[in-house]
Design a protein around this ligand. Structure first.
Ligand SMILES: [Zn+2]
Length: 241
């Protein structure tokens, strides 16, 4: 009887240890998948909503090969997205900016040169906005800093210049070119209602992103998610009302 009680207690302790370990791993996992960017106050990286709506965002384009491929997939699957374009790429491909707008997508500002330090922040912001306005007749409101790096001072400068800094809450990690399946898995594992998802349609050869995109959208839609632009997502944000 004594032994029985002892082993039960031992089992109980083991069970409790397991619960603590699982809980701890869960927390670690969460802190790993929730980027440090989330800790940058004053930036926008998710919408507070229970509705199953997410915003796909594509950085570093437009690219003459990969952007049309991305647009074809979005069109076929009736999905909307936001493209954070680079001024220098936009200048070279103004017809793609027009196509983006005509097909119901939104354009954000991703600087002109992709200078991580943003030494000419204001100049690049307005130069890129001007190129987009000339091609489409629309101004940019959302700004995504290169690499997602933004200091408090830069954040204030962006605000003063009439833009909002947008980061992300789900990273597809397509910038690492890890293969098609990991890109799909990264998104589907971390997605939640109101998420802003980071992907790329330029800056480098993005065939993995293009191959992953159809599967990502199919899976999200099968789970009941709708894919919206950032502006649409914000209208559903309870903290914005
Ligand atoms: Zn970028």
């Amino acid at each position: 009887m004594q032994i029985y009680v002892f082993s039960r207690r031992k089992l109980l302790i083991r069970f409790l240890l397991l619960i603590i370990t699982v809980g701890f791993l869960g927390m670690t996992q969460r802190s790993l998948t929730t980027p440090s960017l989330v800790r940058t106050p004053g930036t926008y990286y998710l919408a507070n909503t229970k509705e199953k709506v997410v915003a796909l965002t594509f950085d570093d384009g437009p690219d003459p090969i990969d952007t049309p491929a991305v647009l074809d997939i979005l069109k076929a699957k009736n999905a909307r997205a936001t493209f954070f374009v680079l001024g220098k790429a936009a200048q070279a491909n103004p017809f793609l900016l027009k196509r983006l707008i005509n097909e119901g997508h939104e354009i954000g500002n991703h600087s002109f040169n992709h200078d991580y330090q943003q030494r000419k922040l204001v100049a690049e912001l307005s130069q890129t906005d001007k190129i987009i306005f000339e091609a489409t007749g629309t101004h940019t409101y959302f700004y995504r800093p290169p690499g997602g790096f933004v200091s408090k001072t830069q954040l204030e400068t962006v605000k003063k210049n009439g833009h909002m800094v947008v980061l992300w809450s789900v990273d597809s990690k397509d910038w690492r070119n890890p293969g098609v399946k990991p890109i799909v898995d990264n998104v589907l594992r971390d997605v939640f209602p109101g998420a802003i998802i980071l992907m790329h349609d330029g800056g480098y050869q993005r065939s993995q992103t293009v191959k992953a995109l159809g599967s990502i959208i199919d899976n999200l839609q099968a789970q009941g998610y709708r894919l919206a632009t950032l502006s649409e997502l914000r209208t559903l944000d309870s903290e914005m009302k």
